[in-house]
Design a binder for this molecule. Structure first.
Ligand SMILES: Cc1cc2nc3c(=O)[nH]c(=O)nc-3n(C[C@H](O)[C@H](O)[C@H](O)COP(=O)(O)OP(=O)(O)OC[C@H]3O[C@@H](n4cnc5c(N)ncnc54)[C@H](O)[C@@H]3O)c2cc1C
Length: 391
């Protein structure tokens, strides 16, 4: 049914149940994520509501969560397989799944029992979405430079500040997980906290930004003016937001990287098909050695990315620290997605430069992946740090 390999089996065979679920997801996506639809949400910058609704009906957000919160169980391997499947359609569409997922995983890990009982079932039932707000105009790679401030008041906090580049922040029914300073006298890392803030709270304004790619799910700037946050919406411990940030970082980054693999594989698939069909000088362009070798390199690098993701995931599943391996998977996966998209553009010739063809969307979407969720340079810093260097 699908053209690509779902897993390299480094994490074990895919079970019949997993294959059945992925097939159902694939069927739903085949019906809804048509090229016309993907082009429309990209051009018009429309959130993919129809697809999101179908995911809710399929119980997608229940996978990976315990039954006590409405989940269906499942583990990291399930989430990796789903990530690859969805990103194979579009990295933009995948973001509509991954951002609520990561935020919910953080809540599961460090949220209070009441928060888990409230927000997780609401996400699974499609009543709310979830997203994460960390970056600010002066705080990107250096998270400790954030300036948004939650001042303690009777019954909670008053939040003021601005966030930037927040995926899906303005989506209907979205609840933001916001990192803010909560103690201005403490060093940043011991004076930040995480809060849940519904995006329709008085004083919250989300403005959609005009970005190069990922235009459906959307990237927003968010302004907070005297936003009241009740005590019950503090996530994790007060002033321990830095710890909260790290709680699920490895899982999030490995899932993000699985998304890169899915999208990069799609680029290889469409480029290969095109190379087999497009004829010049009396033969298919794929039979020119230079194009054939380019495609061979592209598939090799995508397979290497998949193996790096599965290696990192297997270490996380074992309970050991996988920071170095996760950074390698993130670095190589994002750079591969950007690289193969660029090569795909070359294979498609002028057709690739036309907005009618999917490859240009990958070319645009992939450019965000070496910057977002920790840039390539920051991943190299982490890897070099694990080698005893101090970049
Ligand atoms: C499409 C998209 C979606 C995003 N979604 C979200 C979201 O949902 N929530 C959220 O909070 N944020 C989000 N971000 C923001 C993202 O996390 C930041 O863009 C990222 O952390 C980098 O920060 P910056 O863009 O400010 O770049 P900067 O940190 O200013 O970096 C600029 C350049 O300098 C390099 N650099 C910086 N520091 C170092 C260093 N120490 N060593 C070497 N090189 C360095 C960087 O690698 C980069 O090349 C998103 C970004 C994009 C593009």
């Amino acid at each position: 049914m699908i053209s690509y390999q779902r897993s390299s089996n480094l994490l074990g065979e895919i079970t019949d149940d997993q294959n059945m679920y992925l097939d159902s997801l694939h069927r739903v996506m085949s019906k809804l994520a048509t090229e016309d639809y993907l082009q429309r949400i990209d051009r018009e910058g429309i959130y993919p509501d129809e697809i999101y609704k179908a995911w809710v009906e399929l119980g997608l957000f229940r996978i990976g969560f315990p039954e006590e919160y409405g989940g269906l169980g499942g583990d990291l391997k399930d989430l990796l397989l789903i990530s690859q499947e969805l990103a194979h359609w579009s990295y933009d569409i995948y973001s509509a799944y991954s951002v609520p997922l990561y935020t919910a995983l953080t809540l599961l890990k460090i949220g209070s029992e009441a928060q888990k009982q409230t927000f997780l079932p609401a996400l699974m039932d499609g009543k709310i979405k979830l997203s994460t707000s960390i970056s600010e105009p002066a705080a990107g790679s250096d998270v400790s430079a954030i300036q948004s401030y939650a001042k303690a008041v009777d019954g909670g906090w008053l939040l003021n500040g601005q966030k930037l580049w927040n995926t899906a922040a303005g989506a209907n029914g979205n609840v933001l997980q916001v990192l803010a300073r909560s103690d201005l006298d403490a060093p940043a890392r011991s004076g930040m906290s995480m809060f849940l803030v519904p995006n329709d709270s008085p004083g919250v304004e989300c403005r959609k930004l005009d970005m190069l790619g990922r235009r459906g799910t959307g990237t927003y700037e968010v302004f907070f003016t005297d936003v009241f946050i009740p005590t019950s919406n503090l996530v994790g411990e007060l002033n321990k937001g830095w710890r909260g940030l790290l709680a699920c970082l490895q899982t999030e980054r490995v899932l993000t990287s699985a998304g890169y693999v899915g999208s990069a594989q799609k680029v290889v698939d469409i480029s290969l098909n095109y190379a087999k069909e497009r004829s010049q000088f009396g033969k298919n362009i794929g039979d020119f050695q230079v194009i054939a070798h380019m495609l061979a390199d592209m598939q090799t690098e995508v397979d290497a990315s998949r193996l790096l993701v599965e290696r990192a995931a297997s270490i996380i599943i074992s309970g050991a620290d996988a920071m170095r391996e996760v950074s390698m998977a993130k670095l190589f996966g994002s750079e591969t997605y950007a690289k193969v998209s660029n090569q795909g553009m070359q294979i498609f010739g002028a057709y690739g430069y036309s907005m009618e063809y999917e490859i240009q969307r990958h070319f645009r979407d992939s450019r965000s992946t070496t910057v977002g969720a920790g840039s390539s340079q920051m991943q190299r810093n982490t890897i070099a740090g694990s080698m005893g260097l101090k970049p």
